[in-house]
Design a protein. Structure first.
Length: 380
């Protein structure tokens, strides 16, 4: 049996926590790129001016929270993959209390059963390609920290979520001061709700007429995908034909806003503060594991600019872009930020992805300690 485990990395992190050290990404010997402190953000601000209600942001310098800048922070937004951070926090809680061990292994076949082709931008395939050919088992630690958090594999996320169930989400949310965020659900379920080999591609009239049962239908499709081999095979064949992919953009937007996990900027600023701030109810081990899951360590530009940079990106065709970020520049104090957008028009959405618009915005906020952001926001 070919097993692959990076459990030793966890043991190192835990040891460093115990001796009160934080591991930062080291500077490489050679660096050929820099993080632009003044990126072109015109595309973002044009979109915000067109749809100010579909944008929310919060930026807090941790050394001076009174200089926080916020906008629409109590409005509900679809979270996309940002919600995976809450799943990881509970996984880290289980490691800390010993109810899940670092040595737990996962069958690659079982994990791959959760993968629905074409629904996470190829993230799961890129994650699995990091292992030697023929690997049959990998560590749950890798699935959670690397697959779910760093590659953002939906299969990894859905696997970890089912592994930690049942979860007292009220307890978890209290520990990070979250009050207006829904609980996690399988992301693959949403894709199956939008289209599958039984129903084809959902139309807006169909979605609206089935409003009361659509979420339950999605859950049923997800269980069939996992547990019915014949249904699973038929669905993969359906997905192989690109023209049978997701429904129209407006249908995706409707489903994302009505049926996916939503939350607020305020809640995720609180999550970031619980992880990166000096106070909070999270055990120190859990805080450091969460930081480890978001930390960038192998990027020359990041390492030359920051003592530590961590983020979790979320996106979904249908017009959702989300990002939570932490940055401690080498010449400045640490900043946490949360940026949510929804209902972005198709062309603008893909242009913003190509430009890494909200990633560049996070760097701008970090390097300017939130200064100047207020002047860029809508005045209403």
């Amino acid at each position: 049996m070919n097993e692959y485990s990076s459990a030793e990395e966890y043991r190192i992190v835990r040891l460093l926590v115990m001796i009160a050290l934080i591991v930062f990404g080291g500077s490489p010997a050679f660096a050929f790129q820099t993080v632009n402190p003044n990126p072109d953000l015109s595309l973002l601000w044009e979109q915000v001016q067109r749809q100010p209600d579909d944008f929310a942001i919060g930026c807090i310098p941790l050394s001076n929270p009174s200089r926080a800048v916020v906008y629409n922070i109590d409005r509900q937004f679809p979270l996309a993959s940002v919600g995976k951070l809450l799943i990881f926090i509970e996984y880290a809680n289980r490691l800390d209390d010993g109810s899940i061990t670092i040595d737990e292994m996962v069958s690659v076949d079982d994990l791959n059963r959760y993968d629905l082709t074409g629904t996470d931008g190829g993230a799961h395939q890129r994650f699995m390609a990091t292992y030697p050919e023929g690997t049959t088992r990998i560590s749950l630690w890798d699935v959670a920290r690397v697959g779910m958090m760093q590659y953002s594999s939906n299969a990894a996320s859905d696997y970890v979520l089912q592994r930690i169930e049942p979860v007292d989400w009220e307890r978890v949310y209290r520990s990070v001061n979250v009050f207006n965020t829904e609980t996690p659900h399988p992301l693959t379920m949403i894709a199956l709700m939008m289209s599958n080999h039984e129903i084809g591609r959902l139309t807006l009239p169909q979605a609206q007429s089935r409003a009361e049962t659509l979420f339950a239908d999605g859950e049923a499709y997800f269980q069939q995908f996992l547990n019915d081999p014949q249904w699973h095979a038929a669905e993969l064949e359906f997905r192989d034909q690109r023209r049978r992919g997701f429904p129209d953009w407006n249908v995706q937007s409707y489903v994302l806003n009505e049926y996916t996990m939503t939350g607020t900027v305020r809640d995720f600023l609180n999550v970031q503060a619980a992880i990166y701030g000096p106070n909070g109810l999270l055990p120190e081990n859990v805080k450091q594991l969460a930081r480890s899951s978001m930390r960038w360590t192998e990027n020359a530009a990041i390492n030359n600019t920051y003592l530590e940079y961590g983020s979790k990106l979320g996106f979904y065709s249908g017009g959702v872009l989300t990002l939570v970020a932490y940055g401690q520049p080498r010449n400045n104090n640490p900043v946490i930020s949360v940026t949510f957008l929804r209902n972005i028009p198709r062309e603008t959405y893909f242009a913003m992805q190509d430009e890494d618009t909200i990633g560049n915005l996070a760097h701008w906020m970090n390097l300017h300690a939130c200064e100047g952001l207020r002047e860029m926001l809508p005045t209403s």
